[in-house]
Design a protein around this ligand. Structure first.
Ligand code: SAH
Length: 226
């Protein structure tokens, strides 16, 4: 069999970052219960290898979390897909907030599906790198800010959806307040006995309804800036 090299293509990792590799990841996510075709299409469109260090790019389409430096990780693709599916459940959000920009990958996936994405990160260096990726990939509908996500993004509220990609013991009050009625807040919550659960919290006219989406592992939601 002759392997043709794609002219002008990305040969990093010797074919491991090719569109075919991304298709296999999408197939795997489908087999593992991700059903929203909009989300699967977004996974197919976004080059995850652009969101990790070059040394790890050959592993970018494995369904696994990877280190992004400064003690943080880019979430596993299945988790990104599941959270995106959950925040899009039952509608088409216009404006979504993400807490914990990290590599920027989750924001990039949201940006394929939602007209306006707002994302906040407490570590300045990670934010700088993420912004550079958004710029390079011409993702102009992502607005990124160096801030403590516990406070949300007041001047842009209310949001149709909020995705928190770090775990905390309680749901920050400001995030609940910045959610529009009918909107969804998706976040991992630490349990008293150890472990974390992914929750989807829908704001209704009467209050907030919680759905447990299963066990997960996230880095902690920390306070203050770095
Ligand atoms: N969504 C990211 C996942 C990054 S891991 C991605 O797709 O790559 C979670 C991130 O949340 C880390 O970068 C961490 O620095 C950040 N974080 C933790 N606490 C935070 C807070 N209070 N406000 C904003 N970001 C926070």
């Amino acid at each position: 069999m002759i392997h043709k090299r794609r002219i002008g293509g990305d040969n990093r990792g010797i074919g491991m970052t090719s569109p075919g590799t991304r298709e296999r990841l999408v197939q795997r996510l489908r087999e593992h219960g991700i059903a929203d075709e909009r989300v699967l299409k977004a996974i197919l469109q976004v080059p995850r290898h652009e969101f990790v260090d070059e040394a790890l790019s050959s592993r970018a389409y494995e369904d696994t979390a990877l280190p992004i430096g400064l003690g943080q990780t880019i979430s596993q693709p299945w988790i990104v897909a599941r959270m995106t599916e959950a925040v899009m459940d039952g509608g088409q959000p216009q404006k979504v907030l993400e807490v914990g920009t990290g590599s920027g990958y989750q924001a990039a996936i949201l940006a394929q599906l939602v007209p306006e994405v707002f994302t906040v990160e407490r570590i300045k260096e990670l934010l700088r790198l993420a912004r550079r990726r958004f710029h390079r990939l011409a993702m102009h509908n992502i607005h990124a800010r160096h801030a403590d996500g516990h406070l949300g993004w007041m001047s842009q509220a209310p949001f149709d959806g909020i995705v928190v990609t770090a775990a905390s013991r309680s749901v920050p009050e400001d995030l609940l307040e910045q959610l529009r009625v009918g909107g969804l807040l998706v976040m991992p919550l630490e349990e008293r006995g150890g472990g974390q659960r992914l929750l989807a919290i829908r704001r209704t006219e009467q209050g907030y309804e919680r759905t447990d989406l299963g066990g997960v592992i996230f880095v902690p939601l920390l306070s203050g800036l770095e």
